[in-house]
Ligand binder design. Structure first.
Ligand code: PMP
Length: 335
């Protein structure tokens, strides 16, 4: 028999796929790590598994204990899968502004979904603070206790990307990688992958791609946390140095406008048969800039975080694009 032992063994070991237009535009070899092929269809399945394995190993999460997390959605979907497979109830707190498709996926994987109004991080109603309080309450009331998974500040997040995503990229490129670039939500991917790759190759170029409304671009270029504008992207764009971002340095940082990221995504659908979520567009835009910065002939890797289907009602919806003044690709007209 050739069969996976369970759903958890279908997290990680994703392939690299060559991004042909991005490679042609730069003269580099640009590859995307196909994280949309994970069991729960996003990069955050790895984080979910890593957080829960660490919490079980330390004894903090008891058998049958409840898992609570605040998330833009993908970590919630991953946790719902991991929780079900390992026998833990899961409660997910999401800002109402995130896509219906992600909320549905959280529910369809058996987790309880709590929606909250979007609020700034300084407000006690921000989903992170709300979910931390909820975890403390459930820890008192649930028979087997509850934990707050804490993807932003729990370093098991970046350790997972160090041990899996980073190592896989190094092995898959057979050490030929010259640069890695991605956006940051918690920063776990960027920090974990870059730490692993720099250990293998000290002069590898590490770059951040930041959406409008995020503060890491100003942090890495000017040493101050400042943000302006807003973005249709989800799951990326942070305004503070999370625990997982602490100590990280990058060689390049770019701010990527939504129009640029979405145009790249729409071309990928038409020309390469790849339908991806908006953070992948920011990442690919970053990879093209990194290719131009490093010059032709280099090998660059970025992350294809989740599938376009998860944003059917938003960036793949002509009516939504029109409200944002974003050009609708001809193949999507009439959809
Ligand atoms: N893209 C998407 C679609 C995401 O959901 C996330 C995580 N919130 C990221 C990118 C960013 O990953 P990380 O949290 O590791 O920075």
């Amino acid at each position: 028999m050739r069969a996976a032992a369970d759903i958890l063994s279908l997290i990680g070991d994703t392939p690299l796929i060559r991004l042909n237009a991005a490679s042609a535009a730069t003269g580099c070899d640009i590859y995307g790590k196909a994280e949309f092929l994970n069991a729960g269809q996003s990069i955050k399945d790895r984080t979910a598994l890593g957080l829960i394995q660490a919490a079980r190993a330390s004894g903090e999460l008891k058998p049958g204990g409840t898992i609570v997390e605040g998330t833009a959605g993908n970590t919630g979907i991953g946790l719902a899968i991991v929780g079900a497979a390992l026998g833990h109830p899961v409660v997910i707190v999401m800002p109402r502004s995130q896509t219906e498709e992600k909320k549905q996926a959280v529910r369809m994987h058996g987790a309880r979904l709590v929606e909250v109004d979007p609020a700034p991080f300084a407000s006690p109603n921000h989903f992170v603070h709300f979910s931390r309080r909820l975890a403390a309450q459930l820890n008192e009331s649930e028979p087997n206790g509850a934990i707050y998974a804490d993807q932003f500040d729990n370093l098991a997040n970046r350790r997972t990307h160090y041990a899996t995503t980073g190592r896989e990229i190094w092995e898959q490129t057979e050490g030929r990688i010259d640069g890695f670039v991605c956006a940051a939500g918690t920063g776990g991917t960027l920090a974990g992958v870059s730490a692993y790759l720099r250990e293998q190759k000290a002069d590898i170029a590490i770059a951040l791609a930041d959406p409008p409304g995020a503060a890491l671009h100003s942090w890495f270029t000017r040493g101050v946390l400042e943000s302006h504008g807003s973005s249709v992207t989800e799951g990326i764009g942070v305004n503070r140095i999370t625990g997982n971002l602490e100590g990280l340095t990058v060689d390049h940082a770019w701010r990527i406008e939504d129009e640029e990221a979405l145009a790249l995504l729409f071309d990928l659908v038409r020309d390469e048969g790849l339908s991806l979520g908006p953070s992948s567009g920011v990442n690919i835009a970053g990879a093209i800039r990194l290719g131009r910065a490093l010059g032709p002939g280099k090998t660059i890797v970025t992350v294809l975080c989740d599938p376009g289907q998860r944003y059917a009602g938003k960036i793949y919806n002509p009516a939504f694009l029109r409200t944002r003044g974003i050009a609708v690709p001809s193949w999507l007209e009439g959809a």
